[in-house]
Each structure stands twice: as structure tokens, then as C-alpha cells.
Design a protein around this ligand. Structure first.
Ligand code: ADP
Ligand code: MG
Length: 216
């Protein structure tokens, strides 16, 4: 079983949106998946329990109980466990990183988010975990030209020597509306969003499986 922690100390960056989309993506690809929601707000749990058809399993837990959740997932012979984490909770986020094979940081392309990311990166690096950063809620590129905001953010990530995912998730209302009923954007007719999520899934799946995934 692989374990993925979706993290960011900054709130509202899109952790829950990304964690639930990846859990749904794994489920749609036939992986027996458990999402462990350690955010006391339990948004990921609310999203996945609103689903009308079969989907990934989901439990609520806490940072200190994440090891117990992992033991449970192992006993159930799951293929994948994804941990959705709270903002601002260094302890809980650290506990999730410790049990994970791979940590995925989610960041909006803004100065405030990038400043928060520096601290998140520090924690991941101290814990020596392979990781990557995905930029989320970016404006759509105009004829492949990125907005100055996004260009600056990519430069900032370059300075931080972050391992950046090869796909940028754009600001799209489908990410909000699909999750209202526990569905992934991949299950809607929005092909652009579906392509983004599929590309992110492929990247995360390959990264988690890489035996010698580099700690970044
Ligand atoms: N790519 C996106 N496009 C549009 N809205 C988004 C996107 N990602 C997240 N959101 C919205 O931003 C808000 C915060 O996202 P959420 O996933 O709850 O962040 P976090 O879990 O990091 O606090 C939510 O209202 C969510 O629907
Ligand atoms: Mg959240």
C-alpha cells in the first residue's frame, strides 16, 4: 500500500479539492482507496459521503491517530491511503508526512501562499520525504502564455528548488460543483479539468511508486 499526504500550512490552497480528486481518480482506476481526513472540519469526509455511487472509502481521524488509520488500511489490504490535512497544524501535518511515502503540497500562485509554502517545504525537507508541489487555482493561460502572477510563482518555486508537478490546476468552477455531489471533474463533461486531474494523478502515482523518489 502507498500513502500520500496532501499538505499546505496555508488554508484555502486546495488541499481538500486535490485530495478528494486524487482519491476519486484512484478509485476510478480500480485502486482500493481510503481517504483519511484529519482536518477537524471534515470537508473531505462530507464530500465523499455525498457521493451517490460507489467511491473511495473515507474515515475521519486526527494527526495522532493517523498511524492507527494506516494500520487499519493495511489490515483491509487497501492499495492506497490519502491523508487530507488541516491548515496551520504543524504537528498534525508532520504526523501525516511521517507515515507517507510521498507528500504533495498544494499552493496558489500568490505571494502569501508561496510564503506559507516555504515553511511547509522546510518541514517536508526536515522529515526527508520525497515531495512535490502542485500549483492550484491558477488563471487559465491565454494562448499558452501564462499570467505574470503564475510566471512569478513558477520562478519562486524554482528558487525554492521545489519539485513542481508537470501540470497546473486552473481556477475552474467545475472543481467546486462536481464535488458538491462527491464527483470528480473527471466524471463530468469538462474535458480541460479532466485532463488536468488525469495528468496530476499520473504524476502522483508514478512519484509514489518511484523506489528512489528523491527527497526534494
Ligand atoms: N482549482 C480550483 N478552481 C476553483 N476553485 C477551487 C479550486 N481549488 C479549490 N477551489 C476552491 O477554493 C476553496 C478552498 O479549497 P479547499 O480544497 O477547501 O482548500 P483547503 O482544503 O486547502 O483549505 C474551496 O471553495 C474550493 O472549492
Ligand atoms: Mg481542507
Amino acid at each position: 500500500m502507498r500513502t500520500l499526504a496532501v499538505i499546505a500550512l496555508k488554508g484555502g490552497s486546495g488541499k481538500t479539492t486535490v485530495a478528494t480528486h486524487l482519491a476519486l481518480g484512484a478509485h476510478l482506476r480500480g485502486r482500493d482507496t481510503l481517504l483519511v481526513d484529519i482536518d477537524p472540519q471534515h470537508s473531505a469526509h462530507d464530500i465523499l459521503t455525498a457521493r451517490e455511487t460507489e467511491g473511495p472509502a473515507c474515515v475521519t481521524s486526527s494527526g495522532r491517530n493517523v498511524v492507527a488509520a494506516q494500520f487499519g488500511a493495511l489490515a483491509e489490504r487497501r492499495d492506497l491511503m490519502i491523508v487530507d490535512t488541516p491548515a496551520g497544524a504543524v504537528e498534525a501535518v508532520s504526523e501525516a508526512i511521517v507515515v507517507a511515502d510521498f507528500a504533495l503540497m498544494v499552493v496558489r500562485p500568490t505571494l502569501i501562499d508561496l510564503s506559507g509554502l516555504a515553511r511547509t517545504l522546510m518541514i517536508v525537507r526536515r522529515l526527508g520525504k520525497p515531495s512535490a508541489v502542485v500549483v492550484n487555482q491558477a488563471p487559465v493561460a491565454r494562448e499558452t502564455v501564462e499570467a505574470p502572477l503564475v510566471k512569478r510563482a513558477m520562478k519562486g518555486l524554482d528558487y525554492m528548488q521545489a519539485n513542481v508537478a508537470p501540470v497546473i490546476l486552473r481556477s475552474r468552477s467545475i472543481y467546486q460543483t462536481a464535488l458538491e455531489r462527491g464527483r470528480s471533474a473527471e466524471e463530468t463533461s469538462d474535458r480541460a479539468a479532466a485532463r488536468e486531474i488525469a495528468a496530476l494523478w499520473d504524476f502522483v502515482d508514478a512519484s509514489m511508486s518511484a523506489k528512489n523518489a528523491e527527497a526534494s
